[in-house]
Structures are given as C-alpha cells and as structure tokens.
Design a protein around this ligand. Structure first.
Ligand code: ZN
Length: 116
C-alpha cells in the first residue's frame, strides 16, 4: 500500500485511538451512544478518519444479520470497532456506511479538557 496521509481533527470534541492518540472521530459526528461492542459500550459515528477496514464478513447481532468490516487504527493497527456495509432488516438500514467505535478502545480528548 502507498503512503496514506494522516488527518488531524481540530476543535474540542476529538476522539483518538487509545493506543497511539491518532485522531479517529469528532464528537459532532456522533449519532448514538446506545450501542454495545465486543468490549462494552460503543458509539455510532456518521464518519471516522485514519482507519483502515478489514475484510467483509457477515455477522449476526442482536439487531439482526449485518455485513460488516472491522476497522483498525491506521497508525498502530489496533482494532477500534467496525463499519456497517449492509443491514438486512429495513429498520437497521440507516446504519449502512456508518461506524462503530468501541468506547474502551478510544480516547476522549474532550474529557481531559473539562468539556463535560
Ligand atoms: Zn492507534
């Protein structure tokens, strides 16, 4: 693979990879905090940056069967969540093209800055 430029996000609501602090998402992109990942709480984002996706696989979840790809930090290669490629249930279609980040695997920079 060729060189990939790392994106730096500005502003206060930045989430980063817990391992290496590479920026991965903005608070403004949060769609829901009501998700559960493999490591506990998880957050649904409309968009993320600086990640690479693994191979497509079919996964059975509490909300039905989905085609997903796990996503990994572009810099340190650590697993951080997954992205929805396809949802079979009509009421789950809204998740297609969106991203789950596992709360335990990302770092909330805003928390350190006293935004809460
Ligand atoms: Zn990382």
């Amino acid at each position: 693979m060729g060189y990939m430029h790392q994106v730096f996000l500005g502003g206060k609501g930045v989430f980063a990879c817990r391992e290496c602090r590479t920026h991965v998402a903005l608070r403004a992109q949060i769609e829901s905090r009501q998700y559960t990942g493999q490591c506990g709480r998880a957050i649904l984002f409309a968009d993320v940056v600086n990640v690479r996706a693994g191979k497509e696989e079919e996964r059975s979840m509490t909300t039905g069967v989905h085609i997903v790809r796990d996503i990994f930090c572009m810099k340190c290669n650590k697993y951080v969540g997954w992205t929805y490629i396809k949802a079979y249930e009509p009421d789950q279609k809204f998740k297609e093209g969106k991203f789950i980040l596992e709360r335990e695997l990302i770092y909330d920079a805003a928390r350190d800055w006293g935004v809460y």
